[in-house]
Design a protein around this ligand. Structure first.
Ligand SMILES: Nc1ncnc2c1ncn2[C@@H]1O[C@H](COP(=O)(O)OP(=O)(O)OP(=O)(O)O)[C@@H](O)[C@H]1O
Ligand SMILES: [Mg+2]
Length: 464
């Protein structure tokens, strides 16, 4: 860019110089021609007095030195009276006297032959020679030479040139500074972003872009960081999920291996004990199957991204069915399982999944209530919503745990839950299913007093 400015500056000064020189040449030539025409008759007539007067007057008006030359190039009259009688061998003079041109023009620097003396005694600058032929009645009789001082012109041209160059240098500098600033403002954030993206692409999800400046670039950086944070969180959750799942699967497997080995290496084990071991193993296998089924349900829901079937479901009937299904389990522990179901309740949704929501909640209520406890399930319309309430008078959930129970693998009391066969997946499945149906789930609970889970759906059921 700097180079192109320098070239432009040189070209421009070149143009200015050419223009000024052309002006000067044309002006001088015209004046010389006029003066030559005025002087010619007197020169032809040999009237010295008139000739010197006319030439002097013209020289004064033209602000320069005039010389009248004869056909041989000899000076017949010089306004400075120095060169009288000398033969001038100047190129311009030779050209005009030789007959090859009516007039000639040329510029000369000090130091060229003859040029030194042409400007007069006390002058040593640039000179311009303008020569024009003088014609008498019978053809050429000589030439008029006009010597003008052009140092002033050259000087001012130099000044102009210098000024132009400095202006262009200034512009180039300003452009350079501007480009630097722009690159700082525009390209630096983008470089940062792409560097961060590269790092992230290599697997480091913790990197972030510095958020600076304003406008679109700032927004871009912020959005990028939000996305990165989301990805990092997802990645963490997934890792945690996988490690929790493996851990949960390992425990029943280890238990089973111990039991199996005991049976294998004690061939003389009493039949009674052997049967007990087998039953325990069977129980562990059921548990394992349950965990795997839950895991499959979760991953399936993840991959479906919230798409569900929408069919008309008889919620009153569904609730009755779930209660029937779980009554034996409650009775086994001497618990009372009562229900209040508004008849004829309908909603759009996925029957099997709605079933699983209520099943998991009621199953928990039974599991986390003491023998002889009291459990109640209700279905009714509340305003515009369809609401399930599952209440028990069991162990309850401490306030600090309440916000976590919907997380995968979260259990309040790890040891006791394992005993009762819990994995901590039930509520996370419930939460996801409820959300898929456009509903909401909340819990209110007091330790040792009991818990109530409330599930509400919009009246028409799942939104599309
Ligand atoms: N009705 C309840 N009363 C008291 N605690 C509860 C109740 N329901 C859930 N919890 C607590 O919340 C935890 C998470 O429940 P969740 O149903 O997700 O898992 P789980 O019952 O332990 O295992 P599973 O995956 O077999 O359902 C339970 O371990 C328990 O500590
Ligand atoms: Mg459960």
């Amino acid at each position: 860019m700097g180079i192109s400015f320098a070239v432009a500056a040189t070209n421009l000064t070149g143009l200015v110089r050419d223009y000024l020189f052309e002006q000067k040449t044309r002006e001088d030539s015209l004046l010389t021609e006029k003066a030559a025409a005025a002087a010619a008759p007197f020169f032809a007539a040999n009237s010295v007095e008139d000739l010197s007067r006319v030439v002097r007057e013209n020289a004064e008006a033209m602000d320069g030195r005039l010389m009248v030359l004869d056909q041989d190039g000899k000076v017949q009259y010089d306004t400075l009276h120095e060169m009288n009688g000398r033969r001038l061998q100047l190129e311009e003079v030779l050209r005009v006297l030789g007959g090859s041109a009516e007039q000639a023009y040329g510029m000369h620097s000090p130091g060229e032959p003859d040029a030194d003396r042409m400007g007069g005694d006390d002058y040593s600058g640039q000179l311009a020679y303008s020569v024009h032929a003088m014609d008498g009645s019978d053809g050429p009789i000589g030439a008029l030479l006009f010597v003008s001082r052009i140092q002033g012109l050259m000087d001012s041209l130099g000044t102009v040139q210098w000024k132009l160059i400095s202006v262009f240098v200034l512009i180039a500098l300003a452009a350079l500074v501007l480009a630097l600033i722009l690159s700082q403002v525009v390209s630096k954030p983008i470089t940062n972003l792409s560097r961060t993206m590269r790092k992230m692409g290599k697997g480091d999800l913790s990197v972030r872009v510095p958020v600076k400046g304003s406008g679109e670039l700032r927004e871009l950086a912020e959005n990028y960081n939000t996305m990165a944070a989301q990805l990092e969180r997802l990645d963490k959750t997934r890792n945690q999920f996988v490690s929790n799942a493996s851990h949960e699967l390992k425990t029943p497997l280890a238990t089973m291996k111990i039991m199996l080995e005991t049976v294998m290496y004690q061939p003389d084990m009493p039949e009674e004990l052997r049967r007990e071991f087998m039953q325990d193993m069977n129980h562990e296998i059921d548990r394992l199957t349950g965990i795997v089924t839950d895991l499959l349900t979760l991953t399936k829901m993840d991959s479906e991204k919230g798409e569900i079937k929408r069919e008309s479901v008889d919620m009153s009937g569904l609730t009755t069915e779930v209660i029937h299904l779980l009554t034996p389990a409650a009775e086994k522990r001497g618990q009372r399982l009562e229900c209040h179901i508004e008849p004829g309740m309908q909603m759009f949704g996925d029957r099997a999944r709605l079933n699983q929501i209520l099943y998991n909640l009621t199953d928990n209520a039974i599991k986390y209530s003491p023998d002889g406890g009291q459990i109640s399930v209700s279905l009714r319309k509340e305003g515009e919503e369809l609401v399930w309430r599952v209440r028990d008078n069991g162990v309850g959930i401490p306030p600090e745990d309440q916000e976590h129970i919907f997380e995968r693998f979260y259990r309040v009391d790890k040891a006791r839950s394992r005993e009762t066969g819990g994995t901590g997946l039930g509520l996370s499945i419930v939460k996801q299913l409820v959300t898929m149906h456009g509903g909401e789930i909340t819990v209110s609970s007091e330790p040792n007093r009991g818990s109530e889970f409330r599930v509400s759906f919009p009246k028409e059921g799942a939104a599309t």
